[in-house]
Structures are given as structure tokens and as C-alpha cells.
Design a binder for this molecule. Structure first.
Ligand code: CA
Length: 233
């Protein structure tokens, strides 16, 4: 429903049935999922838009899992993207056990979907705390990302979908200054044309809503740079 609040997972798996099963289960968990059937497609999709996490099969046609891993690590956009390798029993050599492939974790096939999704959650929580949480807190603001509700000082704050996405993004990185362009990409997506001043209008609405029951303005305007959520917690 609120796409940008979801973590995006890139599944790289050449076994059709497993790819479908992974897509179904991760989708059910609330992740936005893309599937690549070989290494080449994986690199292309990652290039189009950097995923928050990659599930990467070890044995792949065209470009091997290890090579995909290496190339993702060599690109600035995916240098720090968590990668979980999927490996068949017996395939996991010293190399993958020691994770000197550049992967963050590995799962041995066959695995249960419960185990896999738990591992995905754990890796996301460790690496990007904001993404895996059901609830975000900053100062007196609480965002319930499951129910899509926002409270400030215990009182309900009513937000439109765009304002919700904006707040969700800012709450993931309190104190960090985002340019209008960065907010556009995070909230509207990079493939949509939206004017920069549209961001200002939505920030204005978000501010007004957040202060509807009183309280200080939690959003700081940084001249010619952008906006940040800035509040003495
Ligand atoms: Ca395979």
C-alpha cells in the first residue's frame, strides 16, 4: 500500500518454483519484491534501482552468484546492500562459510520460509534499523507502519498517503538533511516526474498536520539544502 515504507528485496534464483515461492512469501511479509532469473538480469535490476536486500543463489546461469556479489560490492549504490546467499547443501564451502564472498549471511537449501523470512528481517534490522521496524519513534512522534497511523503526544495525526511516506522516510533517518530530489526519489520514485516545489507543498502539509495539536515544528528547513527531521528527543 505504502510502497516506499517497504524494504525492497531482489530475489536472484534460477529455479522457477523456488523463485515464485520466495516472491510469494516475501510479498506476504510486506516487502516489495523483484525476481531475477540469472546473474545478468540481477545486475541489470540492481542497476535500475538499488534494492535494500539481495537474496542471491550461489549457482546461477550466465554470471555466478559469487561474481554478482563481487560486482554489486564494486558499485557505489550497492556497496553496503545486505546480501544473503542461497546455497544447496554440500555447496557451502569454506569460502561461503567464512563469507569472504562479500555476502552478509547465507542460508542452506532446503530452508523453510519461516527461517528465511526471519533471516531477512534480522539482516535488515542489523544493517538498516529503520527498515525492519514496525514502529518508528522520534521525540514525541510515533509512526505505526503496519496500521499506517501516526501519533504525536499520544494524539492521532491525520496524514495523506504522500505525507505519510515523507514522514516515514524522515523518521528513518532523524537529523539527516535530505534534498528535495532525494525526497522525490524516496517518496515518488525516480521514474516519476514531479516538480521540486511539490515537495515543499507536501512538507508544508506534513508540518501543519504534525502541529495540529500543538508542539514545536519538528521539521527543519535547511536553506538551499533541503529538509530534516530535527527535534530534541
Ligand atoms: Ca541455482
Amino acid at each position: 500500500m505504502i510502497a516506499s515504507a517497504q524494504a525492497s528485496v531482489l530475489v536472484v534464483e534460477d529455479e522457477d518454483a523456488l523463485a515464485t515461492l520466495l516472491q510469494y512469501n516475501l510479498d506476504k511479509e510486506g516487502y516489495s519484491v523483484r525476481v531475477a532469473m540469472d546473474g545478468e538480469e540481477a545486475l541489470m535490476l540492481a542497476d535500475e534501482s538499488a534494492p535494500d536486500l539481495v537474496l542471491l543463489d550461489w549457482m546461477l546461469p550466465k554470471v555466478s552468484g559469487v561474481e554478482v556479489c563481487r560486482r554489486l560490492r564494486a558499485r557505489p549504490a550497492t556497496r553496503n546492500t545486505p546480501i544473503i546467499m542461497l546455497t544447496a547443501r554440500g555447496e557451502e564451502g569454506d569460502r561461503i562459510r567464512g563469507l569472504d564472498t562479500g555476502a552478509d549471511d547465507y542460508v542452506v537449501k532446503p530452508f523453510s520460509m519461516v527461517e528465511l523470512t526471519a533471516r531477512v528481517r534480522a539482516v535488515l534490522r542489523r544493517i538498516r534499523p529503520g527498515l525492519a521496524d514496525d514502529q518508528l519513534n522520534h521525540g514525541d512522534i510515533v509512526v505505526d507502519r503496519v496500521a499506517h497511523r501516526v501519533k504525536r503526544q499520544g494524539k492521532d495525526i491525520h496524514l495523506g498517503p504522500t505525507e505519510f511516506k515523507l514522514l516515514d522516510h524522515l523518521m528513518q533517518h532523524p537529523g539527516r538533511v535530505f534534498s528535495r530530489e532525494q525526497l522525490l526519489n524516496a517518496v515518488w520514485g525516480s521514474d516519476v516526474y514531479v516538480e521540486a516545489r511539490t515537495v515543499d507543498a507536501h512538507i508544508g502539509r506534513l508540518r501543519k498536520a504534525l502541529m495540529s495539536h500543538g508542539g514545536e515544528d519538528p521539521i527543519r528547513t535547511v536553506r538551499s539544502a533541503g529538509y530534516s527531521l530535527d527535534m530534541d528527543g
